[in-house]
Design a protein around this ligand. Sequence first.
Ligand SMILES: C[S@@+](CC[C@H](N)C(=O)[O-])C[C@H]1O[C@@H](n2cnc3c(N)ncnc32)[C@H](O)[C@@H]1O
Length: 295
Amino acid sequence: MSQKSLVGVFSGLRSPAAKARPCGRGIGFCVVVLLRWRYRDGSGPGWRGIVRLMSERDDIYSGNPGEVGDFRFDERVVKVFPDMISRSVPGYGLMVPLIGLLARRFVQPGSNVYDLGCSLGAATLAMRRAIAYDDVQIVAVDVSQAMVKRCCEIVAEDNSRVPVSVSLGDVRDADIDNASVIVLNFTLQFLAPAERQALISRLYQGLNAGGALILSEKLHFEDAAEQQLQTDWHHDFKRSQGYSDLEIARKRTALENVMVTDSQAEHRQRLAKAGFEQVYCWFRCFSFASLIAIK
Ligand SMILES: C[S@@+](CC[C@H](N)C(=O)[O-])C[C@H]1O[C@@H](n2cnc3c(N)ncnc32)[C@H](O)[C@@H]1O
């Protein structure tokens, strides 16, 4: 592929219903087709800089304590998402650039890199800036139209040269092919537990030998005392970030039916069943952990 060719065309969703609707409907362009251009490592503000300009403060659960509906990744959440995730997930601000470093080590020339459940593209941009090959493509997918729309805008603001395609789609339908790095950064926990093994097994099949799956999740703990401590520590963290007890309680209720966590042992069993023999926990902050599974 030539340096200046249009790249990043994504057509990798299997089911006709979920056939790639890159960047969502009515956004004006069908695929984020980004020119490989400008600076090798990408200058410009970077994801943090970009989102600082675009994120509002998360006060979604600070209003009237009426009935709390299920959490959704909608327009309202998109507006505050960078603020929300960095004040809710301890260690998130460190994890994201470190995912870039891991990607740099595991990426293979001529391969695809996937960011599944990309939200606003934090991991995508971290990897884009870290990857040193010219012939690699990053494929970012999310099922939320509002997320994909904003992600397209953020990716377009970044000057790095690795091509990125951002697509609206369900990870359960995504074709994974010739992959050297796959990132599921706090996405698997939003799939029904019964559907998780099939996805992880398919990701294993799509990975090249020597490739890596980076799987970040909130964990739960079999030991009740540890679970209580971990919950307390997480809430302490959220309080330290300015969330009130009411906001913490309401968000917890909103997530109850939407986000179902596994223990680290359950993740390891699933990864082993898929075929991964090398699985390491490379990051952990309270109940938030990231595993790397190498094929
Ligand atoms: C906690 S956010 C992920 C954060 C993001 N990976 C990051 O590093 O900033 C979870 C994301 O997964 C997406 N998601 C949930 N279920 C999905 C599915 N079945 N297919 C694709 N995306 C999904 C949501 O729309 C949301 O944007």
